[in-house]
Design a protein around this ligand. Sequence first.
Ligand code: SF4
Length: 503
Amino acid sequence: MANSYFQTNHLVGKTRQPFPTKLISMDDNVVAAKKKKAAPPITTTTTTNKRPRRVTRTKPKCKEEEEVEEEATTGVDIEDLGFCRNETLEIRASLLEWYDLNQRDLPWRRISSSDEDHDKDASETRAYAVWVSEIMLQQTRVQTVVDYFNRWMLKWPTLAHLARASLEEVNDMWAGLGYYRRARYLLEGAKMIVEEGGVFPKTVSALRKVPGIGDYTAGAIASIAFKEVVPVVDGNVVRVVARLKAISANPKESVTIKNFWKLAGQLVDPSRSGDFNQALMELGATVCTPLNPSCSVCPVSAHCRALSRSKQHTLALVTDYPIRVVKSKQRHDFTAVSVVEILESQDMIEELQSDGRFLLVKRPDEGLLAGLWEFPSVLLGVETDLATRRNAIDKFLKKFFNLDLKKSCTIVLREDIGEYVHIFSHIRLKMYVELLVLCLKGGTHVLHEKPDSKTMAWKSVNSEALSSMGLTSGVRKVYSMIEKFKQNKSKTIPGKAREKKKS
Ligand code: SF4
């Protein structure tokens, strides 16, 4: 499932449990199913022991709808939930009508909703645009994605163009979006499709074989680009469906997710599957928002159980659904980062602002930020003092670059710059940043004589190249700290350097 919703929701979520505390659960679905007929379920409420009043509606309800409403007040297994035929037809019609009038004008929609045609190239371009946009949308907000998407499509307008790109170029383009593995999968997927004949897979089952395409992305591409009648479930859809049916089961559990797919599958419109899926997500993104849903303008409010319950019970809120799941604790990591700048000659010592070369090392091909460039760094087991961090960096430089700071170079400057905390989804990484300016005895060629040249890729670049590289936001932040430090010290550093030179 796309995770953007959960990240947002956890950050801003409330802690109060849904009202009543036990409406619909999947945690104990097997037990509940057995008990349901044997004994009346126990209802726990926080306001009253009386059974809540029925919702008054002008339209007659179908049998299933009545049963679900009755059960929702007492306890029901989510697997028994479903949208009846009338309800489904009304939701489809209302939602599509609303979407036709209110959909946001987004660049990938202009491509994906172009005229009906059977032109192979057009449909494949649509699929490609949906793919790129959906992967980017899993990373960040729509407003941010628009710029990235436009630049991406300008550089690689088709799948074939992307397949010819290098990982370095793709990482450069992706810089700042995070989760670089997704960018790598886009490239690997494009290469795979092109190598296998260049025909874009058109069904969910075929799309799932492409690297990096999961259930959500496959459903989006198949329904929007190729009109397969399949649902999509992202955080927005979970929220809307959870509220429509007042589902209080844990939305992160696999059995719950499976049932959200089932419910979304019942709703999807067979004649406009792509539009319907986009409409449902659009509703979640713009109307049925996590904290402030605009129920008064919601096109499906007549079918919303969370809304009807909120009208019946003063303590019940539509935002009680879906429930907030306590986020697992973030891991705290600490790393010593050394921005190593190498001056070509002693003459440059007096001009610290001049163009030295910065060492960059490439991260391993697997794991966090795989294959991306960063400043030399050492992961520390725990928070440590300055001497311990410097010692760790010294050992790293000795091991990988054959750089003995006491023997093979002159230390022009070694300054503790400060700390920076970078938050990944599951890691809180505290970086201790230092600037280490060196002048190598015997010239820069000693770097090429290092013993571990085959185990670690590295390069040295000047500040101009560094500024134009697609760096991760963490590396960029570290470099901006260095630049700021240099600006502040621009008058005092040369003086110190001069003193050092004399001594
Ligand atoms: S009525 Fe309100 S809570 Fe229900 S689906 Fe619409 S916006 Fe969401």
